[in-house]
Design a protein around this ligand. Structure first.
Ligand code: PHE
Length: 344
C-alpha cells in the first residue's frame, strides 16, 4: 500500500505539472482528490487494516493528500495570475513606435482678417473694444438719429428680440455703430477705438450678403478732427491691407448719424475693374460707410460739438478677404468646408 501511495503521488504531481488551464485543473482535482479517486478510496479503506499498518499507511496517505492539495492551490494561483497577466502582455505599449500625428487647427480667415484690421488701426493709435450683439433699440437706432418712423430704418432690416410689453425693446444689432454711443457715454475725448463684431440683418443672402456678418466700427473724437483725418486714416488702412497700387473710391453717402457722410469702395480684384458678377458689373466693391459724427449725436452723449468733432466708419469684414483673394461668394466663409478654409 505504501508503494501504491508513492506511485499515486508521483503520477498525480507529474500530471499536475502538465495542467495549463483552470478547466484542466478541475478535471485533475476530480481525478486525484475526488470521491472516486484512488487516494480517497485508500483513505476510506484504512479502517479495515490492522492497527499497526493503519497507523503507518494513514500517516502516509494523509501526507500524500496534503501534498496534492497544496499542489492544487499553488497551481490554481499560478493559473489565475497568468490569466490576469496575458491581456496586459498582449497590449503592451511599444514606446519605440512613432507618435500619432495631431492635426493643428488654424484661425478662420475672418478671424485672421479682424486681427489684421485691429493691428493696422492699433498702429495708428486705435484701441480695440467689443460690445453686445443683443442691443437696445435706443443704441442701435434712436441715439444714432434714427427715431421710430425714420425712413433710414429701411436700410436695416431688423431681427427683433423683444418688443413692447413695458420692457425695453431689444434687437440683434444691425451694425456695430451702437458701440459709438455706448463708448461716448462713458469716455471723454480724445477717443480712438475700433469695434469688431457680428451684426445681423433680416435679409436674403447672395454672393456678397450674409444675414450674419462681421463689421469693424471705427471712431475718433477729439478737437480739430476733420474729414481729411477720416480720409487719410482710411487710405492708410487700405494701403496696408491691399498695397499702394489698389484703387480706392470715395463718394458722398447718407447715414443719419454722420454729416457729411461718405462711402468707400475698392477696385474689384476679380475683374480688375472691368465689371463682373462679384462687383455687380460696376468694377467697384463698397467696403464701408463713414462720415463726420453728427453734432446731435455728440450732444446727446454730453460731448460739446462746438469744441469736439469726430469721424466714424463701419466696414464689412468679409469683403476684405474676398477682394484680396478673389473669393467670389461670401457664403463660402460659413459653409465650414475645410478644403476652402485650409487655404488661408
Ligand atoms: N453703420 C453703418 C452701416 O452699417 C456704417 C457706418 C458706420 C456709416 C459709421 C457711417 C459711420 O451701414
Amino acid at each position: 500500500m505504501l508503494d501504491q501511495l508513492k506511485g499515486l503521488r508521483t503520477q498525480a504531481l507529474s500530471e499536475l505539472s502538465e495542467v495549463d488551464s483552470l478547466r484542466g485543473l478541475e478535471l485533475w482535482r476530480v481525478r486525484h482528490l475526488g470521491k472516486k479517486s484512488a487516494l480517497i478510496q485508500i483513505l476510506r479503506s484504512l479502517a479495515t487494516l490492522p492497527a499497526e499498518e493503519r497507523r503507518r499507511a494513514g500517516a502516509q496517505a494523509n501526507e500524500v493528500k496534503t501534498a496534492l492539495e497544496s499542489g492544487l492551490s499553488e497551481k490554481e494561483r499560478q493559473l489565475q495570475e497568468a490569466l490576469l497577466a496575458s491581456p496586459l502582455k498582449s497590449r503592451q505599449l511599444d514606446v519605440t513606435l512613432p507618435g500619432r500625428p495631431y492635426p493643428i487647427g488654424g484661425l478662420h480667415p475672418i478671424t485672421q482678417t479682424i486681427n489684421e484690421i485691429c493691428e493696422i488701426f492699433g498702429n495708428m493709435g486705435f484701441q480695440t473694444i467689443e460690445g453686445p450683439e443683443v442691443e437696445l433699440e435706443y443704441y442701435n437706432f434712436e441715439a444714432l438719429n434714427i427715431p421710430p418712423h425714420h425712413p433710414a430704418r429701411e436700410m436695416f432690416a431688423t431681427l427683433w428680440v423683444e418688443t413692447g410689453g413695458g420692457e425695453e425693446t431689444t434687437l440683434l444689432r444691425t451694425h456695430t455703430s451702437p458701440m459709438q454711443i455706448r463708448l461716448m457715454e462713458r469716455e471723454r475725448p480724445p477717443i480712438r477705438v475700433i469695434v469688431p463684431g457680428r451684426a445681423y440683418r433680416y435679409e436674403a443672402t447672395d454672393a456678397t450678403h450674409e444675414s450674419i456678418f462681421f463689421q469693424v466700427e471705427g471712431l475718433a473724437v477729439d478737437t480739430n478732427i476733420t474729414m481729411a483725418d477720416l480720409k487719410g486714416t482710411l487710405l492708410e488702412f487700405c494701403r496696408c491691407l491691399f498695397g499702394d497700387e489698389r484703387k480706392v473710391r470715395f463718394r458722398c453717402d447718407y447715414f443719419p448719424f454722420v454729416e457729411p457722410g461718405a462711402e468707400m469702395a475698392i477696385e474689384c480684384l476679380a475683374c480688375a475693374g472691368a465689371g463682373c458678377r462679384l462687383c455687380g458689373h460696376s468694377g467697384w466693391i463698397e467696403i464701408l460707410g463713414a462720415g463726420m459724427v453728427h453734432p446731435d449725436v455728440l450732444a446727446r452723449v454730453g460731448i460739446d460739438p462746438d469744441i469736439y468733432s469726430g469721424f466714424a466708419f463701419g466696414m464689412g469684414v468679409e469683403r476684405l478677404p474676398m477682394l484680396r483673394y478673389g473669393v467670389d461668394d461670401i457664403r463660402l466663409f460659413y459653409n465650414n468646408d475645410l478644403r476652402f478654409l485650409r487655404q488661408f
